[in-house]
Design a protein around this ligand. Structure first.
Ligand SMILES: Nc1ncnc2c1ncn2[C@@H]1O[C@H](COP(=O)(O)OP(=O)(O)OP(=O)(O)O)[C@@H](O)[C@H]1O
Ligand SMILES: [Mg+2]
Length: 361
């Protein structure tokens, strides 16, 4: 699986002046993300543009000393479609301090402000103690939909409290980190992500922008795009408070993963699941051969499980475990051939003769 954290060659060029990757155009950022995240082009472009604009504003603000508003982003999409992966990969791609926080743990603590301080302290740590650098960093708050408020329950009340606490830092405030240190959050970019289960139903009953008169097909496309957008009112109905929604002006939508995309996820990214197992087998002198049909079968199973790409690794590992167990005891094996997920793989020696597996599959 694409895990940029484990890829030694993951960084684009973090050593840009002042830690700002000013030279990275949106297309270069998308190009980097493409190596690890399959599909989700719209979300990639939106993120790239916002991050690029964040740099540009900072550089502009330095030149003109003007304060320019930032565009915090909300990533919405079904579970297992790449929201967290996208942000983790982004954090490696760019040269600014970047930290990830989880809204669920914020909602579960009684000390929200202390938790928020801890997040900012981590950002400062990422900036190696340089406050100026940390003040231009990015904070990714995952699982933001868990902060929804819904009718008087204890848990959701705390969620709403956290939204209020986050409002302050998203808007920009001076947060005291120690007796001598404070951090100004005005220029920190916030990216929030969440699956927002149930949002589709909320949106389903909504009237579309049908009132704009349509002249040609190009206009129809624009109208379709407008209608596909998640509106702040949908998020409010979901349970985000209006002030919070208002601080997330850019919303990027991640799509459900198709069968074809799931197949690509297993094989294409640098450090994909397939690549990882090929490397593992190669270290034992064995070539791993998997027929295209197997990937399609795995993708179909994963679709059934309805957790996006998350189940791919489990299914893949289940398929591999018996051979991973047997092969170390069979030094004559040189090739391992899978022709279907539902058939035993073939173990072959150098001459192409099948090696009997003494262990029951
Ligand atoms: N578009 C994608 N390209 C490549 N890998 C993907 C993609 N989407 C998901 N994955 C794989 O599935 C795993 C789960 O994805 P991720 O954690 O990004 O999901 P998520 O959208 O944040 O889900 P959740 O809403 O449940 O937090 C990732 O570790 C990644 O390996
Ligand atoms: Mg996630």
């Amino acid at each position: 699986m694409a895990d940029p954290q484990q890829d030694p060659d993951r960084s684009m060029n973090p050593n840009t002046p002042n830690g700002l990757a000013a030279g990275h155009t949106p297309s270069a950022i998308v190009g980097y993300l493409d190596q690890y995240v399959v599909g989700q082009d719209e979300a990639k472009r939106t993120l790239a543009v916002v991050v690029y604009a964040h740099y540009q504003k900072l550089l502009g603000a330095r030149r003109t000393n003007a304060s320019i508003a930032k565009s915090n982003v909300l990533l919405v999409g079904p579970t297992g479609t790449g929201k967290t992966l996208l942000c983790q990969t982004l954090s490696n791609a760019i040269g600014v301090p970047f930290v990830t926080a989880d809204a669920t743990s914020l909602a579960q603590t009684r000390y929200v402000n202390e938790e928020i301080e801890a997040i900012l302290l981590r950002l400062l740590g990422q900036a190696h103690g340089d406050i100026a650098k940390a003040q231009h960093g990015i904070v990714f708050i995952d699982e933001i939909d868990k902060l929804k408020s819904a009718g008087g329950q204890l848990r959701s009340t705390s969620g709403e409290g956290v939204q209020h606490a986050l409002l302050k830092i998203m808007e920009g405030s001076l947060v005291k980190l120690s007796a001598t240190q404070a951090i100004d959050t005005s220029n920190i970019l916030f990216i929030c992500g969440g699956a927002f289960v149930g949002l589709d139903q909320i949106r389903a009953g909504k009237p579309n922008y049908g009132f704009i008169s349509i002249g040609d097909s190009a206009n129809q496309r624009i109208l379709d795009k407008l209608n596909a957008r998640i509106k702040p009112t949908d998020l409010i109905e979901f349970g985000l408070i209006p002030e919070f929604t208002g601080r997330l002006p850019v919303i990027a939508n991640l799509q459900d993963l198709s069968r074809a995309t799931l197949v690509r996820i297993m094989t294409e990214p640098r450090n994909s699941i397939y690549q990882q197992f090929c490397d593992m087998m190669l270290a034992q002198g064995v070539t791993l051969e998997i027929a295209p049909r197997v990937f399609v079968e795995i993708a179909e199973l994963a679709l059934e499980y309805k957790v996006g790409a998350r189940s791919l690794r489990g299914i893949f590992e289940e398929m591999m475990t018996p051979v991973l167990y047997a092969v170390p005891d069979l030094p004559q094996v040189r090739r391992l051939v899978f022709s279907s997920l539902f058939a035993n793989p073939k173990l072959l020696d150098t001459a192409g003769t099948e090696v009997k597996n003494p262990v029951a599959w």
